[in-house]
Design a protein around this ligand. Structure first.
Ligand code: ZN
Length: 227
């Protein structure tokens, strides 16, 4: 990580001071490590393999998102597909991601999913994931990239004026396309509406991020916002 540069934003606001101590629990670390395809050579060299409880480091901040993803439903063990995404999101991510790597990226990049016939299927996480997103936002990224791993690519260009780059590719056509943006926004929506073991501030942040996605990531606006 010698070539990565980053600053650590306020960890009370990002949720890392709330979730970081929770992941510092060996049984959880071992389970999450195996369930999501972490490998040492992608997480050492400054990314936190030797400092798993240090919430300044990428690994701890990634595990915090996985903790949130796994334990935010009141009855989190009920992960049937017939429940809402707050329940089955964790199951979906486990099923879709079996190779999870950390990299520097270009400084602002969040994450990317790679899959295909001659591709080493994997999800890569970059500095933007670790340091520009709060803990609920990182869980959104896990859901988003899992949808890509599940075979759904983006199919439209961002609308004019989009914060994600108006006119550029990477948007979903509609909400009912059921793409990665919809999955991520839906997760944040449920986290806002019924998330447990968290704070009102983080729930409000999830609502704001979901509305940002709703307003900027669909070629045709879904026609609603989260009040
Ligand atoms: Zn995407």
């Amino acid at each position: 990580m010698a070539t990565c540069t980053y600053t650590v934003p306020n960890k009370d606001i990002s949720g890392d001071n709330l979730y970081g101590p929770r992941v510092c629990w060996q049984a959880f670390i071992d389970w999450a490590w195996n369930a999501h395809g972490f490998r040492k050579n992608y997480w050492d060299d400054g990314f936190g393999y030797y400092d798993v409880c240090d919430n300044n480091k990428p690994l701890c901040r990634t595990l915090s998102a996985l903790w949130l993803l796994n334990y935010s439903a009141e009855d989190y063990w009920n992960e049937q597909w017939s429940n809402n995404i707050l329940h089955w999101g964790r199951r979906y991510v486990r099923q879709q991601i079996d190779d999870l790597r950390s990299k520097c990226g270009d400084g602002s990049a969040i994450a990317a999913a790679f899959r295909g016939l001659f591709v080493d299927d994997r999800v890569e996480l970059y500095m933007g994931f670790f340091y520009s997103k709060d803990v609920p936002g990182r869980a959104e990224t896990f859901i988003h990239e899992s949808r890509h791993m599940g075979g759904k690519s983006h199919n439209a260009n961002f609308p004019t004026g989009s914060v994600f780059g108006g006119g550029g590719s990477g948007a979903d056509s509609t909400w009912s396309f059921n793409g990665a943006w919809m999955y991520g926004a839906l997760y944040l929506w449920w986290f806002y509406a019924d998330g447990r073991r968290t704070t009102n501030a983080l729930k409000q942040s999830a609502r704001q991020r979901a509305n940002l996605v709703i307003d900027n990531a669909f070629a045709t606006h879904p026609g609603f916002n989260i009040a």
